[in-house]
Ligand binder design. Structure first.
Ligand code: PGA
Length: 254
């Protein structure tokens, strides 16, 4: 089965209700992309406050709305948290879990991220599970070790059915928001490694799991990055806040 490319925008803590205009420009661009030969899935993950409004604006269009995090439980006494079921109820169809900023700012562990990915599955959301090494870990030759540990610890289980709603995003921490990216060859090595590991874990289904690259993806470098084997799309931060830039990245698949 050919993997359909996916380009997801992570708006992080940016955006107000007035930003719906940017979303509308993304929707208009995605409509024309949807008519091109290679279909690409386009996801926008705004902050939680915008999900319901964005989902309404994107309803029936080629753009899917996602959350940036969820709690493992469906409800309860967890002030400030949002359940996967609530995201789904607000119109989201995807959720990012285990982003390095959450691992860093909130001390999220692999075990917690796995619980969140399971919650996403329970709620019928696609889980975009983020993994990636720090600069020190890369310099210390630890990239594979770190990526393997995060992958094994953060993915739901060995059940191949669980792979169906999983997307892996490889985001080297040092590449996020820095303007730096690994060389395409280095990205390819890590993505091949992740693919092999997914196949050990999920069997043949491991071939169907999309592996996104994330970290300073821009229109200027997207073509080279997205051409790498086993790179099935991108998780885009900064450049996703601008419709023209985001569409230029997704448009690589036109
Ligand atoms: P960036 O962020 O594109 O701004 O580097 C990527 C991410 O954190 O998902």
């Amino acid at each position: 089965m050919a993997r359909r490319p996916l380009v997801a925008g992570n708006w992080k803590m940016n955006g107000l209700t007035a930003s719906v205009g940017e979303l509308e420009r993304i929707i208009a661009g995605a409509r024309s992309l949807a008519q091109s030969a290679t279909k690409v899935d386009v996801v926008v993950c705004p902050p939680a406050t915008l999900i319901a409004g964005f989902a309404k604006a994107a309803s029936g269009t080629a753009v899917t709305i996602g959350g940036q995090d969820c709690h493992p439980l469906a409800s309860g006494a967890h002030t400030g948290d949002v359940a996967a079921e609530m995201l789904r109820d607000a119109g989201a169809r995807a959720v990012i879990v285990g982003h390095s900023e959450r691992r860093r700012d909130h001390g999220e562990t692999d075990a917690l991220i796995r619980a969140k990915a399971l919650a996403a599955r329970r709620a019928g959301l696609m889980a975009i599970v983020c993994i990636g090494e720090t600069r020190d870990e890369r310099d210390g030759g630890q990239t594979r070790h770190v990526v393997a540990g995060q992958l094994d610890g953060s993915l739901p289980e060995t059940d191949p059915d669980a792979a169906a709603n999983i997307v892996v995003a490889y985001e080297p921490v040092w590449a996020i928001g820095s303007g730096l990216t690994p060389m395409p060859g280095d990205i390819g090595e890590v993505h091949d490694f992740i693919r092999a590991r997914l196949c050990v874990r999920f069997g043949e289904t491991g071939h169907d799991v999309r592996i996104l690259y994330g970290g300073s993806v821009k229109p200027a470098n997207a073509k080279a990055l997205l051409a790498v084997e086993n790179v099935d799309g991108a998780l885009v931060g900064g450049a996703s806040l601008d419709a023209a830039e985001f569409l230029a990245i997704a448009g690589i698949y036109r």
